[in-house]
Unconditional design. Sequence first.
Length: 438
Amino acid sequence: MAAACYAPQPVATLRWVASELAGPHAVETYIEYALTQNPDIHAARKQVEAAALRVPQAASLEDPMLEVNPFLAPMQMGEMEQVIQMSVSQQLPWFGKLRTRAEVAQQGAQRARAELAATELAVIEQVKIAYYELYFVQQAIQITQADRELLQGLLEVAAARFRVGQVSQQDVLRAELEVLDLENQLIQLRQELETAQARLARRLPLSPETPVRALDQLPAEQIPRDLQGLYEQAIAARPELQAQLADVMRQRHNVDLARLDYFPNVRLSGMWMGMAMPDHGMNGPPDTESAFLLGVGVNLPIYRKRLDAGLQEAEARVVSSARQYDSLRDQTQEEVKDLFAQIQSQQELLQLLREEIVPKAEQTFAVSLRSYEVGDVAFLQLVDNWRQLLRYQISAHRLEAQLRQSLARLERAVGGYLHADGMPHGNLEPEPMPLPVS
């Protein structure tokens, strides 16, 4: 007797705070945890298990039929009376039907596996996007805190020059106002930090009270260079395409199954009849006899309109599924192209900010600070240069986070990770697309 399987009952519990994941960790650490704990992945794995278990069911014969017919009024057969009849029958599908049904179920299981892979890639993408958003907020807070200290120095310079009568009190008040404005920005950024932390914790999933953090220094970006290689990997490895391809194959096997319906199924049967001599008042047990019969029967597939309609329906589903594959393939190529161009643009802008704009903004501010100390530059110009430097520094980290988020989206679009040199992972060749049934 099979053991009973009970579905888990929902329990009103809160997510736990994972102390081992508190503090700064690499994004791979959080991804590894999410892949083992995410409920969407658990659900998709059970779908794979359920789909795989449908294969042996589809490949199995139907249950044999056992029939027992006792005669309440015995049937006279010559000198004997028939008192009981027992029969056993088994239906045998036409050659190839069971195998084709199993192939249909196998393609369903293959689709479920592809959907599991798609779910895992989606979780990885979500974790990375949340992680890099958290990284940006952390960097923005650090930059703003450092600039607050820098502004405090400007305030001291302005106050010193005011005390000796070199500038008006307006410079001191303006510096104090800028310090208060930075305090306001820090309050907002700390709130954004709490939100970004809770968002990442939810993707894992953990309690939003878990103080997850991103590293302060991230490894170099993996910038793709081979667009054609990305196209090929996406066609060969993207799980959504593989799921649709499995559906095309499943519908093709359904066409084969519809064609097999034109052939009859065979039913084998065996019958035993128990007969006894009528009791006319004689003493002693009655005489009994048995009879055995073997039979072969077939269904008659004579309703051609129904069979033709079933075949045409199956063929139409193949064409529909194939066209859906084509649409998803074209959409995938468009997405890969868009993300590739976006990443190239973001990488060039980030390089320009890191190597040209931010260093020049730092140099401009340093020169204006020295000039202000000797009275050659107005305080408003100094503050404007400082504001530009702060904006460019934060913009550089914003763009860095956006670039890494775009890379995460590209990895999902092509169905896997990228090498450190930015090339597609693996040496995959695209699978040929089966032609639809016309």
